[in-house]
Design a protein around this ligand. Structure first.
Ligand SMILES: NC(=O)c1ccc[n+]([C@@H]2O[C@H](COP(=O)([O-])OP(=O)(O)OC[C@H]3O[C@@H](n4cnc5c(N)ncnc54)[C@H](O)[C@@H]3O)[C@@H](O)[C@H]2O)c1
Length: 252
């Protein structure tokens, strides 16, 4: 029996990176997984490899959420886990950030996470409980000059999560909501950022593991194990917590 056997889980932004790792791990541990992403080709590929469903979605599009959640409830009769993972990151400090970058970043992270919580809540209440897992970042806990809009969005996700958790506590219907705060993890997003900020091409290194260690990067499964724990009933008494996965980056 897997740790999330019998559960139905949606993972957004699951075509690559952390979302892909989450989806693979949840599926391997027995969940029926629905992946969503704007990248249809890669998303469908991952879904077919793990026997999951794929739904093409821009998380900032509210209408897509109603269609997604209604469809999951019609096909599976329950929704137990939502991982609000989809994200984007522009490298731009407060002076470089344009209104377009600001609005786009907040739309994907904050609108997307809000819509996810909003539409999943009713479905989870009907399902007898559930776990909403919001992907924040250590950027929500410290100041990162080159990630101005991103940090603001992740800070919003952190506090939004606590409000949802407080609501869940009051509802007493078994729904929980927690945020996950990874440090730097080796994904395409971070590879692109490292290339931009440090002139470092991770993909061209012959010994990727050595490079990862030298830069202090975690691997996607470091976060996926946390997501698995929060998705499972092992964490049934954890609600409104901020789970930091950064190998101590934010304590030194
Ligand atoms: N990698 C890290 O070090 C790190 C650290 C902290 C937080 N995070 C967060 O984890 C999440 C995943 O990051 P990642 O590193 O895997 O990034 P990534 O860029 O490798 O993957 C993100 C995925 O989200 C999808 N996506 C982007 N915009 C979308 C939208 N509007 N609707 C649906 N899907 C969309 C992309 O197509 C992609 O498949 C993000 O929220 C990110 O901010 C990552």
């Amino acid at each position: 029996m897997g740790r999330v056997a019998g559960k139905v889980a949606i993972v957004t932004g699951a075509a690559q990176g952390l979302g892909e790792a989450d989806a693979r791990m949840l599926a391997a541990e027995g969940a029926r997984v629905i992946l969503t992403d704007i990248n249809e080709e890669a998303g469908r590929q991952v879904a077919s490899e793990i026997g999951a469903e794929f739904f093409a979605q821009d998380v900032s599009d509210e209408a897509s959420w109603a269609t997604l959640v209604d469809g999951v409830m019609e096909r599976h009769g329950q929704l137990d886990v939502l991982v609000n993972n989809a994200g984007i990151a522009f490298i731009a400090d407060v002076e470089q950030t344009t209104t377009e970058i600001w609005r786009h970043t907040l739309a994907v992270h904050l609108d997307g996470t809000f819509f996810g919580c909003h539409y999943a809540m009713q479905a989870m209440n009907k399902s007898g409980g559930g776990s909403i897992i919001n992907m924040s970042s250590t950027a929500a806990l410290v100041g990162l000059a080159p990630y101005f809009a991103y940090s603001a969005a992740k800070g919003g996700i952190r506090s939004l999560t606590k409000s949802v958790a407080a609501y869940c506590r009051g509802q007493k219907k078994g729904v929980r909501c927690n945020s996950v705060h990874p440090g730097s993890i080796d994904t395409p997003m971070v590879e692109a950022a490292l290339s931009g900020l440090m002139d470092l091409e991770l993909s061209e290194q012959t010994d990727r593991e050595a490079t990862r260690r030298a830069v202090g990067l975690g691997e996607p499964n470091d976060v996926a194990f946390m997501v698995l724990f929060l998705a499972s009933d092992e964490s049934k008494h954890i609600n409104g917590a901020e789970m930091v996965v950064d190998n101590g980056d934010t304590v030194v």
